[in-house]
Design a protein around this ligand. Structure first.
Ligand code: SAM
Length: 237
């Protein structure tokens, strides 16, 4: 593995970035962003803002869900030709409910080194602070937004014996907690909101308690919903 003093070898660097708090940028993330040739990012304005805050100026290339396929080829080819390419997403760890998978796949297929540069991810931050078991967990990302598929997935997840981690938009999280409370009122849940930011909040309780707390409230900011294992469900007496 390259050390601080060595020049950066060619390859793809998956650089995690803060999920809200700029202080979460690491020395290593900064060094890679400073020393790479190009940064592939979802939104050039957003990444441009992060870079200007940490005093870095670099060429940016947009890489998002709509051009992922062709960009994956271009980016991995550039790295194969000797380029040092950093891949970032808007926030958190690239590839976790964010683009990166295709570029990693293309790089692996071409024999190009892929180097993870670890850092924040909302899923793991929420899990460790939730108070729910951390020994076995399952990351489910975003549920289907509506319809039969959404509720079938929720029902399957309520059978889980591992802690379930879900990403959910603030305007849907109240309804989701309410639906869970109808199916499993005693199930322990946690809603982690605005992690690492000024208004960070983690609500913990049974599904029916949290449904009561969220009822009629406009939830603001980004959220992670965690569902405790089935065995932890409190039975109504
Ligand atoms: N790649 C990112 C990661 O590693 O966490 C996730 C990207 S995904 C498109 C964005 C979702 O992550 C949001 O809708 C929310 O569910 C969750 N999220 C991101 N930042 C968050 C934060 N500061 N607090 C709570 N949830 C957050």
């Amino acid at each position: 593995m390259p050390q601080d003093s060595e020049p950066l070898p060619a390859g793809i660097y998956l650089v995690a970035t803060p999920i809200g708090n700029l202080e979460d940028i690491s020395f290593r993330q900064k060094r890679i962003l400073e020393n790479c040739d190009l940064i592939a990012c979802e939104d050039t304005r957003r990444t441009g803002l992060l870079l200007s805050r940490i005093g870095i100026k670099k060429p940016l290339l947009s890489y998002h869900e709509h051009n992922e396929r062709e960009r994956a080829e271009q980016i991995s080819e550039k790295a194969k030709a000797g380029g040092r390419i950093a891949v970032v997403s808007d926030a958190g760890t690239p590839g976790i409910s964010d683009p990166a998978y295709r570029v990693v796949r293309a790089a692996v297929d071409k024999g190009v080194p892929v180097v993870p540069i670890p850092g924040p991810s909302a899923a793991i931050s929420a899990l460790v602070a939730s108070g729910l078991p951390t020994d076995r967990y399952v990351y489910e990302g975003f549920l289907p937004q509506k319809g039969e598929r959404r509720w079938r997935r929720v029902e399957a997840l309520l059978e889980e014996e591992r802690t379930v981690i879900l990403y959910e938009s603030p305007h849907r999280v109240g309804r989701l907690v309410d639906e869970i409370s109808k199916r499993a009122p005693g199930r322990p849940l946690a809603v982690a909101r605005e992690l690492t930011k000024l208004h960070e909040e983690i609500l913990r309780g049974t599904a029916s308690e949290l449904a009561g707390q969220l009822k009629g409230k406009a939830v603001k900011g980004e959220c992670v919903l965690l569902i405790g294992p089935k065995r932890m469900e409190e039975k109504a007496s």
